[in-house]
Design a protein. Structure first.
Length: 95
């Protein structure tokens, strides 16, 4: 599922709200994603009960090896987003 598929799912799902257009659904998706992104940029953990948790993890610099030449090289430190699924999501996927 991509963003367009998600917008289509929202507009066709019975939400109880009349007149939800693709434009409205796109704006909702954009605002949610921007909120998650901004929180992660600010170093905050984003917890969506029943779905999961997003957080930024620091990855230390380390020594690696170029697989084609075997040459040793330093891999710089970086920040990565980690997602931990919640129990209800894990249980739903197991079914």
């Amino acid at each position: 599922m991509n963003k367009t598929d998600l917008v289509n799912y929202i507009t066709h799902k019975e939400t109880g709200k009349e007149g939800l257009t693709k434009k409205d659904a796109t704006e909702i998706v954009d605002v949610i994603l921007a909120g998650i992104t901004d929180s992660l940029i600010n170093g905050e953990k984003v917890s969506l009960p029943g779905f999961g948790t997003f957080e930024v993890k620091d990855r230390a610099a380390r020594q690696g090896q170029n697989p084609s030449t075997g040459e040793k090289m330093m891999i710089p430190a970086s920040k990565n987003v980690k997602f931990t699924p919640g129990k209800p999501l894990k249980d739903a996927v197991k079914k």
